[in-house]
Design a protein around this ligand. Structure first.
Ligand SMILES: C[S@@+](CC[C@H](N)C(=O)[O-])C[C@H]1O[C@@H](n2cnc3c(N)ncnc32)[C@H](O)[C@@H]1O
Length: 279
């Protein structure tokens, strides 16, 4: 199975991603190089360019980005982004299942956002080994950690057995092969930093959760798509495992009604990881 992402979905999440991401890790990264350096940067699973739009203006150095993705339409959108003059961009249509990293000489920075839940252990192992070998920095944002919750109007997590059951199914669905070997799903949020550390990198993590409070109309389109996506994945997983799935439609309707009535919020856990070569 290959992972396909709609530009609409990526656009809906972009402003929420931007608020959630760790500014502190980006600042620490920016301080790593003298301002007059020209950085070579590779963005894995770049999609329509959201990671570059967020990070490029935060790095004072001039930059050449290679945006890697297997979806040419998303990359065409990314290439049309207006960025500061010190930033140049090249798109590379490639399947990231076929390593190695693009770039000769090796890049100064390899980055990705919302990507590693799709990746396998083997891919992360190879990435960590290459970063350490070539002394590249890594900034990997917004890896889902599996801790999402439905919130009541006061912001407290709902204690709801159906939601628990749905989350378990969804997290197992995340671990199906998405075209890059068996996906780690939410396990990636723990495996990625551990693996980078084991390869000898100096690793710092920060939480970067989404918080979509009940009653914020501007967040309803994103929350609506999240609920629909969770329900669809859970349904597929239940069918795949031969489990009952009929209740999932009822769960979805119940939560959608609460969302539209301004009575339901959502939170989604993520982590950001900065990995620097040991001095
Ligand atoms: C959740 S999206 C994140 C996109 C972007 N980084 C962002 O933050 O908006 C995951 C991206 O990984 C890309 N992708 C998934 N599997 C891939 C593969 N095997 N090779 C290359 N890109 C892949 C998808 O096309 C998609 O753009």
């Amino acid at each position: 199975m290959s992972a396909h992402f709609e530009a609409d979905w990526l656009s809906l999440r972009e402003p929420v991603d931007a608020r959630a991401r760790s500014k502190e890790l980006a600042e620490r990264l920016a301080r790593r190089w003298p301002e007059e350096n020209r950085l070579r940067i590779v963005d894995l699973g770049a999609g329509h360019g959201s990671n570059q739009r967020w990070l490029a203006p935060r790095l004072p150095q001039s930059q050449h980005w290679t945006l890697v993705d297997h979806d040419p339409q998303l990359l065409a959108w990314a290439e049309a982004t207006r960025l500061p003059e010190r930033v140049s961009t090249q798109a590379s249509i490639a399947n990231l299942g076929n390593w190695p990293l693009p770039g000769d000489p090796a890049p100064d920075l390899v980055t990705a956002s919302a990507f590693f839940d799709l990746a396998s252990k083997a891919l992360i192992d190879r990435l960590a080994a290459e970063l350490a070998e070539h002394q590249c920095a890594g900034l990997f944002a917004l890896s889902v950690d599996g801790h999402w919750a439905c919130l009541d109007a006061g912001g407290s997590p709902l204690q709801d057995p159906e939601t628990e059951q749905l989350r378990t199914l969804f997290n197992r669905h995340q671990q199906q092969d998405k075209g890059l070997g068996q996906a780690l799903g939410p396990e990636a949020a723990r495996f990625l930093p551990a693996c980078l550390e084991q390869a000898g990198m100096v690793v710092t993590q920060q939480p970067s959760p989404w918080l979509l409070p009940a009653g914020d109309d501007s967040l309803v389109p994103l929350a609506r798509q999240l609920l629909a996506g969770w329900a669809e994945a859970a349904r597929e997983q239940a069918n795949h495992e031969g489990l009952a799935a009929a209740w999932i439609d009822g769960w979805h309707r119940r939560l959608l009604d609460d969302l539209l009535a301004g009575q339901l919020g959502l939170s989604v856990g993520h982590v950001d990881v900065l990995a620097l070569p040991a001095e």
